[in-house]
Design a protein. Sequence first.
Length: 338
Amino acid sequence: MRVLVTGGAGFVGSHTVVELVAAGHDVHVVENFCNSERWIVERIERLTGQSLSLDELDIRDREAMRSSMHRFRPDAVIHFAALKSVSESTQQPASYYDVNVTGTATLLEVMREVECRQIVFSSSATVYGQPEACPVAEGARVDPGNPYGRTKLVGEWMIRDCASVPGAVLSAAILRYFNPVGAHPSGLIGELPRGVPNNLAPYITQTALGLRDHIRVFGDDYATPDGTGVRDYIHVVDLAKAHVAALTLLSAGEARALTLNLGTGRGYSVLELIETFSAVVGKPIPYVVQGRRAGDIGECWADPTLANTVLGWQAEKTLEEICADAWRWQQACVSAAE
Ligand code: UD1
């Protein structure tokens, strides 16, 4: 298939491009590099063994999108391009609505113009907010607790509305990611947080490398087995493969607007993650328990049964592989910067 990928140099985007090419798809990336690096493109090319077709543009630029889509004529779009920091979204909500909502609306309009009829949308488990119970299935109440999550939910609504127009031809897979972590096993691509990481996994690898003094464990008084927060950490390569499976499902004409949880179905605590990383790194990684982080929840893990069933996919990589791959990538990043 001819697949246009927005945000294809980002963390999940870059891994998905590699899996798409490996599956034989013809890929074109649109990317503005606002939160990714140009050298990732060369890394993708090394992994795929072919040059990457790419337009540097902003998805809100309707003319640029039109021109790119008219030339490439995609059968399907995978839409990653978005702003993704929860904390930043509370400081700059209008920017988040502009990029994540206006950008998605522009994309949907241009898709209609060029008669592109399939979309895979990068959403987040953040849309659930504080879950009433775990594991969380797709029918659970949605109530995002921050602007970032709300922009993702609006994106979902827009896509579902477009797919329910009478006589509509759009079909969609809305993928709600739990906590994407890990890196490509080659060590060539991975997550590139700017500044001090907000997320736990990059904070752990940076501490293991001595770039940070210690991990701050945000709360040990949650109603969880060891009191620390529990999350469903999913390897980014498993996540990328789910996107390829979602495309296959859409192209078979078997979905209209399908919403799927992408997680492993198993939760790990902050301390379990630190312990597993310590074992992989071969030394203890220092941490200090602090108070809870505002807006955090105690536990959140997925019921991925629907994705397992309809996609014929399941997350396969273990927590040890997640830690080993993230650690390899962290070390490679530092040696590249030296
Ligand atoms: C966060 C985002 C979510 C996003 C996800 C991407 C929030 C409220 N949610 O989820 O929208 O999709 O990242 O991976 O920010 N922790 C520490 N110390 C740290 C960092 C985190 O103890 O320095 C703890 C947290 O309290 C939590 C767990 O580690 O229990 C995971 O945190 P994090 O990686 O930030 O992910 P989420 O908060 O689950």
